[in-house]
Design a protein around this ligand. Sequence first.
Ligand code: MN
Length: 495
Amino acid sequence: MSDLKEYLVDGYYPTIGIECHVQLKTKTKLFSAISNEAREAEPNTLVNHIGFGMPGALPVLNEEALRLASKAAFALGSRPQKFSKFDRKHYFYPDLPKGYQITQFDEPIVLGGEIEVVLDDGTPKTINITRAHMEEDAGKSTHPSAADYSLVDLNRAGTPLIEIVSEPEMHNSAETKAYAKELWLRMKYADVSYADLYHGNIRFDVNVSVSKDASRLGTRSETKNLNSFRSVERAVDYEIKRQIELLEKGKEVVQETRGWLDDKQKTVSQRTKEDAHDYRYFPDPDIPPVILSDEYISEVEQSVPAMPSVWRQKLSGLGIDHRQTESLLESQAEFDTDFLELIAGSTGKQATTYANWVTNIEIPLWRESKDKGKELKIESSLREQVFAKVYQLVDGGKLSSNNSRSLIIELLSSGELPKDLEKHAQDKGYIQVSDEGEIEEIVKAVIAANPKAAQDVAAGEMKVIGFLVGQVMKQSKGKANPALAQKIIRTQLGL
Ligand code: MN
């Protein structure tokens, strides 16, 4: 396995696999018709007899959760299994009142899959997916400091999840971060989850091991519940370093579950293999196996939107570089909007101009509104019309890039498009002067006022022409069409 040499750290090969839990965006819980909108609710108001596992309570599978999980299968480069089933996984914990979690053990909804991730330098890498299964989330425990009790909130209990398991095919933190980001993007683009990292809609468990022998995996640690790409990256780096240091001192790496302390930027042991659970899995007798028809599967397949890989291909075909492409992809997901459609639907200079307008004007607007806590709304039809009309004015030499920027900011923020945009821009003083006679007057005055510079330009020192154009712009209060100004300066100086 000599191709792994590039990954060597002090003589060790790191290997990383990820388990990722994604909350599906259903209205109700996985097995009961109780609201899944836990974010705003008072603690323990979204729980019923099914969540508590009362005797006689009968869970019923949420069809929408099944549909979203099937959709996610395609987003993972796979297809949903025609046969899957649910099992009980037993463990005792205060946030799991039933004493078992309903999950899928040996017949999950997704088996196999692959996704292409993109590293920071633009290099693609394929990561294989082992499986993805449906399961219910547990509740949430909090341990108030200096208190002799803990609090349990069961609102999250029963929220539908898919757990996506990767093959151990990543070998450094950069690849791991790229994979985590790609999963987030795909869950967003497939529209199966809010995938809000901050609220824990998507959480990563990273398994890290190091070994001197590339053909054998070392003992792994599992750092659980990371909910930012940065913490994924740092936890991986921390674990690689910690494990190598242990081995170099002649000690052993212990197989254990660890937690990430964000304030200390380190992982700490939570549970060793000694207290590993015997989950006593068995098929849940209350829930019949899930059997999907070919019609159902192909119907779901047709509802899957374009994945990031498709957009990457389209944008690179338009000459947009990979950095800008990744930033566009991430921003569209972050702000739940749809500008890629418009960019990819354009061609040539218009497409790159649109991409730059989104990058330099629209995304900062979204970010600003998010920071202020008030949500910006930009309808795709408004964006499309604003961009098209402003582009026309720019292309016709009537708007400078500075003024087109001010105009776009105004129109996108107000949400209104004046009937006669050119007149509106004129009234605002945005329209460039492209009247040759008018500019010629200014040019003559500038030449008269700057005889030395004019002489230099006439003598062939073309660097100086920028200064003269600058003077013309200044005299015209920024309204002169600079290309035209330059042309007229040349004519006036007999060039
Ligand atoms: Mn799980």
